[in-house]
Design a protein around this ligand. Structure first.
Ligand code: BTN
Length: 254
């Protein structure tokens, strides 16, 4: 029963493409608030977003028709709300594994959930969880991957697959690969737990065990990322003293 339920995930249920929308995350959340009967794995893809959102209230800018901007509905009710970072790991690892055959060794996961190639950002993830009391009802997983865009004026460290590999990619083919990989990793979380996924996440982590410059409340300091805690906090070593950070409390200095 479990595997039957799962075999239909991302495979045969709603896949909606919208020409132009403010944000696929907002669309999905609005529909859910109106009790739209969306099943787990529903994918909303937009050709154009005019109000695309990134983390921490940032905008997500993406040239119309050139990139992947989509949201997937997950219903991780098998997790406790304190395990929210597990979904973050699943999505990062799934994207990493789907893109690795194309992009190879330079591909990395930048904590907490950016997709990097070398020192440049290829994609980002915005996960919005809908909790009800102590129960985790839904996750709206928004993913933006730069695919065929070539002009990033104004975005200092962004890059696209086309810029890196000098060829155009079919967006729906890539979307299919990404969804398959998300399905696989989500299934792995459900059946085997987080341990192996966590290992891949850490192995792919940008800057792990390297002495790098960080910005800590406006002060530039040198430190070394040594781990990511189960709750998602970044653990950084400063000359033998380790400290833990939440998102936005610490930033790489490029
Ligand atoms: C980030 O790196 O700050 C996260 C970016 C997430 C962008 C995606 S594009 C599809 C979905 N809809 C949104 O408005 N944002 C996410």
């Amino acid at each position: 029963m479990q595997s039957n339920t799962f075999s239909s995930f991302l495979n045969g249920q709603k896949f909606i493409t919208l020409k132009s929308i403010s944000s696929t995350n907002d669309y999905l959340k609005e529909e859910l608030s109106k009790s739209a009967p969306f099943s787990e794995g529903t994918v909303i893809m937009a050709e154009e977003q005019f109000g695309g959102r990134g983390q921490s209230g940032n905008k997500w800018l993406s040239e119309s028709g050139k990139n992947l901007t989509f949201s997937i509905l997950l219903k991780p009710s098998f997790l406790n709300p304190i395990q929210q970072f597990n979904i973050n790991i699943v999505i990062c690892v799934a994207i990493y594994e789907a893109l690795y055959p194309l992009l190879g060794e330079e591909l990395a996961i930048k904590w907490p959930n950016d997709i990097y190639v070398g020192d440049r950002k290829l994609g980002g993830i915005l996960i919005e969880n809908i909790l009800q009391g102590n129960e985790w009802r839904e996750s709206v997983v928004g993913i933006g991957i730069n695919v065929n865009q070539e002009d990033f004026s104004g975005l200092k460290n962004a890059c696209s697959i086309k810029e890196l590999l000098h060829r155009e990619y079919i967006l729906t083919d890539l979307l299919y690969d990404l969804c398959k990989s998300i399905e696989k990793c989500y299934f792995q979380l459900k059946n085997q737990g987080i341990a192996d996924l966590q290992l891949v996440y850490k192995k792919a982590l940008y800057g792990l065990n390297e002495v790098r410059k960080f910005n800590l409340e406006g002060v530039s300091v040198e430190g070394k990322i040594i781990d990511v805690a189960d709750d998602g906090q970044l653990i950084v070593d400063f000359n033998g003293h380790s400290a833990r950070f939440n998102f936005k409390e610490i930033e790489f200095v490029f």
